[in-house]
Design a protein around this ligand. Structure first.
Ligand code: CO
Length: 222
């Protein structure tokens, strides 16, 4: 049987270093977690929520999957959202996509990728909803970037439409759902200006959705 010795060595060294920096760290963390944020991001190995926003352990509750998708029948993401909102009482849910996402690229292609195509189907639906706008963009990378942003905005809406967030708002609980995108080329996050904090805002956003989101308009404004 083979063991990944190098990783265990690194783990011991890391734990020692952390304890030297803050002797009470592990004792405190083992008692409870009180994160203010739920992060829903891509599984991509280059994107680490805590590191990107420079927050220590215990501050962000994290859910990751391929291309940061929130599906209404996915018990995994729904359970994470429920626990984050109802038990941990987070105040912010962040859906964070990223440019250069392999899931987005695969959803844009019409190739066979096997099982994963069933998951990418949800992004292909986003592509279909906005087919007109996407067709107007000739540059392929720009097209992918637009789909990446559209996917984030769609997933923000999916989070808002869960029974969990709906019930939280009905009970007057303050909860903001944000849409962000991360650029791996410079490590910079951008807020897609798609934060939703109430049912009224969600209705307004739905109206805007019918009119269509335009990445170029958004860029011109910012
Ligand atoms: Co990705």
């Amino acid at each position: 049987m083979r063991k990944l010795e190098s990783l265990f060595r690194k783990n011991r060294a890391w734990a020692k270093k952390e304890k030297e920096k803050k002797p009470e760290l592990f004792t405190e963390l083992s008692k409870q977690q009180t994160p203010n944020y739920l992060w829903i991001g891509c599984s991509d190995s280059r994107i680490l929520a805590n590191r990107i926003v420079d927050l220590p352990a215990g501050e962000i509750f994290v859910h990751r999957n391929i291309a940061n998708v929130v599906v209404h029948t996915d018990l995994n993401s729904l359970s994470v959202i429920q626990y984050a909102v109802e038990v941990l009482k987070v105040k912010h849910i962040i859906v964070c996509g990223h440019y250069g996402c392999g899931g987005i690229e695969a959803a844009m292609e019409d190739k066979d990728h096997g099982l994963i195509d069933n998951w990418l189907r949800h992004i292909k639906d986003v592509r279909r909803f906005h087919a007109g706008k996407l067709a107007e963009i000739s540059d392929y990378t720009e097209k992918l970037n637009q789909l990446c942003e559209l996917n984030v905005i769609e997933q923000v809406r999916n989070v808002c439409n869960t029974t969990i967030v709906q019930n939280a708002w009905k009970q007057g609980y303050q909860l903001d759902v944000h849409g962000w995108v991360y650029d791996m080329r410079d490590g910079i996050l951008t807020d897609l200006d798609s934060c939703i904090s109430s049912n009224e805002q969600l209705q307004e956003r739905n109206k805007k959705h019918e009119e269509g989101y335009d990445r170029r308009q958004y860029q011109a404004k910012n």
